[in-house]
Design a protein around this ligand. Structure first.
Ligand code: HAM
Length: 420
């Protein structure tokens, strides 16, 4: 027997049903905000992420599935979608389209993290990116969209929104100085990774998961206290738009996010229902990224949600059934097998979900199959019925039964389903 690779998983049964529902709600919600789907490759040149996400981030330093292709190209399974989408935006010269561009993507991402509950090496994200708008109103609308996804999934009570501003290239250097000063005075508490990052990228220390580092970061200088005038105005703007939209949020001055491209607004939707993996969705503004990856100076903002984690939250609500089928047809070999096949496909073409027993076993066996599928109606095409050109249609919930002409069964069922 073969086993799957560590940190990878199979998704099926009830979880797959919730997964389906979550993706459907996402796509519908993204459309109402005028986002268009973007299909991105799963494999990119490693450089896209090294530069885009930052060479001193955990993702690039330790977590990428990166390897050399047979032709010597350094490639990586994408650990996230933002750098990929920016690469595509620049490569396809989509910046020449006037106005702002709004895209969404759904698909698997790969990070070689230590697997645990809610943390996998292959996980699925749904993300959105907006290119070309630098003002605070889009930040608020994007955060509102993240909140709206939770609301449309019926899990808004399981999550809360945290926001922060982490400054821009104008005010970040002064903040970094303060951080370096602070961490140098606590240097004995820093882990090896943080010691290495101290001079190059001190903000990364704020995101370190090491217990000893976490203790000192609690009292570290906060980016919000060192914002330049423009960043402060921007952050005030975001908050006032969020208030207007009545999005519940909290400012968390300790949040810095684990990717280097962020400037100004950063946000996370978190939960306390999934053990230590608290972030179900996160994002922020990344105004310099498009230029960094070879494009024009264009503003950008977006977020990604972890579908695996959102599905787990939805499953706490227990609304989906294991399986549900509209109709199960019971039929018998050489008596009603062909009628059954024809009728099944006639109903399917009307959007009704139908299944049957292709081995035409005994009636009892077929009824237990109908039960297992949770079918709402069972259509019995027995010997007597077949002779008369009728079917016995059983409403499994009401426990009632009616004899209907075969030619009228589809209409009868679609009518009943509409009324249900
Ligand atoms: P991120 O915070 O790295 O941001 O990931 C976003 C979400 O993906 C997390 O909140 C979490 O729900 C999910 N996620 C991340 N890693 C794992 C994992 N190992 N297992 C399960 N779920 C996971 C980004 O990726 C940015 N690209 C978001 C963004 C888009 N920022 C701007 N635009």
């Amino acid at each position: 027997m073969y086993q799957k690779v560590k940190g990878f998983r199979d998704i099926y049964g009830l979880e797959a049903r919730y997964w389906n529902k979550v993706e459907k709600v996402f796509r519908q919600t993204f459309r109402t905000f005028n986002f268009e789907e973007f299909y991105l490759p799963i494999l990119e040149k490693s450089e896209v992420f090294n530069r885009g996400i930052g060479s001193t981030t955990d993702i690039v330093e330790k977590e990428m599935f990166a390897f050399e292709d047979r032709d010597g190209t350094q490639v990586a399974l994408r650990p996230e979608g933002t750098a990929s989408l920016v690469r595509a935006y620049v490569e396809n010269k989509l910046f020449s389209t006037p106005g702002i561009s709004k895209y969404y993507y759904v698909g698997p991402m790969f990070r070689r993290e230590r697997p645990q509950k809610g943390r996998f090496r292959q996980f699925t994200q749904a993300g959105i990116e907006v290119f070309g708008s630098g003002g605070p109103s889009i930040d608020a609308d994007v955060i509102y969209l993240l909140y709206k996804l939770a609301e449309n999934l019926g899990i808004q009570n399981f999550v809360s929104m945290e926001i922060n501003s982490i400054g821009c290239p104008a005010c970040r250097p002064a903040y970094n100085e303060k951080l370096i000063e602070y961490f140098k005075s606590n240097i004995e508490h820093l882990c090896g990774d943080c010691l290495r990052r101290l001079d190059k990228n001190p903000m990364r220390i704020m995101d370190c998961k090491n217990e000893s580092c976490k203790k000192i970061t609690a009292d570290a200088p906060k980016a919000v206290d060192y914002l330049c005038g423009e960043c402060r105005d921007h952050f005030d703007g975001v908050k006032s738009y969020l208030d207007a939209l009545q999005v519940p949020y909290k400012v968390n001055p300790m949040m810095v996010r684990g990717l280097d491209y962020y400037v100004r607004t950063a946000f996370e939707m978190i939960t306390d229902r999934l053990g230590s993996q608290s972030a179900v969705g996160a994002g922020g503004r990344y105004d310099g990224l498009i230029q960094l990856l070879g494009g024009p100076d264009t503003a950008g903002i977006g977020f990604a949600v972890g579908i695996d984690r959102l599905v787990s939250l939805c499953m706490l609500n227990e609304t989906e059934k294991e399986n549900d089928l509209d109709v199960f047809i019971i039929s018998f070999r050489d008596i009603s097998d062909k009628i059954a096949l024809k009728l099944a496909n006639e109903m399917r073409s009307q959007g009704v979900s139908v299944d049957m027993d292709y081995d035409f076993r005994k009636m009892k066996k077929q009824f237990s199959l109908a039960d297992r599928y949770g079918s709402l109606f069972t259509v019995v095409l027995g010997e007597d019925e077949a002779a008369k050109g009728t079917a016995a249609v059983k409403d499994m919930q009401a426990g009632t039964q009616e004899e209907i002409e075969i030619a009228k069964v589809t209409e009868y069922i679609t009518d009943k389903l509409r009324r249900n």
